[in-house]
Design a protein around this ligand. Sequence first.
Ligand code: KG4
Ligand code: ZN
Length: 340
Amino acid sequence: MTKDSYILGIETSCDETAASVVKNGTEIISNVVASQIVSQKRFGGVVPEIASRHHVEQITLVIEEALAKAELTPAQLDAVAVTEGPGLVGALLIGVNAAKAFSFANGLPIIGVHHIAGHIYANELMQPMEFPLLALIVSGGHTELVLMEQHGSFTLIGETRDDAAGEAYDKVARVLGLPYPGGPQIDKLAAESDGEIPFPRAWLEPDSYDFSFSGLKSSVINYRHNLEQRGEKINPAHVAAGFQASVVEVLTSKALRAAKEYDVKQVIAAGGVAANKGLRSSLDEVFKNEGIPFYVPPIALCTDNAAMIAAAGSAMFTQGVRGNLAMNGKPGMLLTSWNN
Ligand code: KG4
Ligand code: ZN
C-alpha cells in the first residue's frame, strides 16, 4: 500500500484568500476561503491594491485555520502547492511568499500551480478524470477550451479574443446597475425572467473554437442607449435573459463540436462562470443527449478556492514536479504541460 499524501494548497490570485488540505489529490480535508467581495463591492470590482492588503491581513490566519480544521501539523504534510499565476501580481506575491516561508520553515517541497490547472483539477475532487478530456474553462479572466490527453497535458484549442465570459457578465451587470460580482446577479434575473431581448451570437469563423464577447457587451450598451434616447425604461431581467442566452448558446455549441471532433471520453466545466445555472443545465442536457459524460463541480469549487490548487498540486507532486524558493508570482503565466 502506498502512503497517503497531504498537500496544503494556497490561492491568492484575485480576491479570495484561501487555504486547503487535500488528501491523495482527491479528498478535501479542509477548505477555508476568506472572500473580499463585501469590500470590493463598494468599488464595483476588484481594486488590486485593496486585494493585496486583504491578502496580507488574512493569509496567515487562513493557513492556520486550514491546518487546524484538518487536525494536522505542518510536519504531517508532504508539500505546499500555491497559485504561481496568472492573476494580479501583488495578490499572487502574497500567496507565493507565504508558501515559500512555509516551505522553508517546515522543510517541505513547494509546487507552483497554474490557476487554470487548479480550476480543471477541482473536478478530480469529485470523480476521476478520464482521457482524452475536454475542459471548458469560464472564469473572470479566462474563456478557454482545453484538450487533455493525460494528467498534466494541456492543449489549448480555443480561447477568447477579447473579454472573458465572467468579465462580460460583470460589465453587463454594471450597465444594468447590478452590484459586483455581476455573474450571480444576472444568472438569478435570467432564471426569473418572463421575456428575453434577442442579442447576437459571435460564432466567428465556422471552424473556430475561439470566443468573443465584447460585441455582445456593446450590443447591450447600445440597447440601453437607444431606450434612454427614446425615454423608455429598461427591463433588466429581459436583458439579463437575452445576454445569458447568447453566452450559453455559444459556449455550449462550441464545447459540443470540440467534444465530438476530438472524440473525448469526458467533458468538464470549470471556473466561476461554471457556477451559472443556465450554463450548467444547457451543458448537462446537450451532453446527456449525445451520451458524452459531462461533469461540473459544486458551485463552491467552481469559484476560486485552494482545494483545487491542492488537487492540481497533488497530481504534480505524484509526477515528481517540484518548484524552488526562487519562485515568483507570474501574472501572465501560460498553461503549459508539466509532464514533458
Ligand atoms: O473563477 P473565478 O472565481 O475567478 C477568476 O479566476 O476569475 O470567476 C469569477 C467570475 C466573475 O466574473 C463572476 O461574475 C463569475 O465568475 N460568476 C458567475 C456566476 N458566479 C460567478 N457568472 C455567471 N453566473 C454565475 N452564477
Ligand atoms: Zn479563478
